[in-house]
Design a protein. Structure first.
Length: 86
């Protein structure tokens, strides 16, 4: 199921919870599907953003920031071991 299908199922179960004898079970299932819909939507958005940057030949800002931080740390460590003026 994708995010939209989970959302639809959550709506169906929530509506059924009002009509059925034991609404707690249906409400719980509706909550599960709603949570899965949110997780799927988040994953879809993350994949979309990654693909958007890749399609434009760019790297995501988070990846660029990680690379810069790693380079700065490496330069700092190297400076501690190199003699001055090198």
């Amino acid at each position: 199921m994708n995010g939209y299908e989970h959302y639809q199922r959550a709506e169906e179960l929530a509506a059924s919870a009002l009509e059925k004898y034991n609404p707690i079970e249906f409400a719980t299932l509706a909550q599960v599907h709603a949570t899965l819909a949110l997780a799927a939507a988040t994953a879809d958005a993350t994949n979309f953003q990654r693909d958007l940057y890749a399609g434009n030949g760019l790297e995501s800002p988070a990846k660029v920031a990680r690379k810069r931080a790693a380079a700065a740390k490496s330069a700092s460590v190297a400076a501690d071991f190199l003699p001055d003026g090198v």
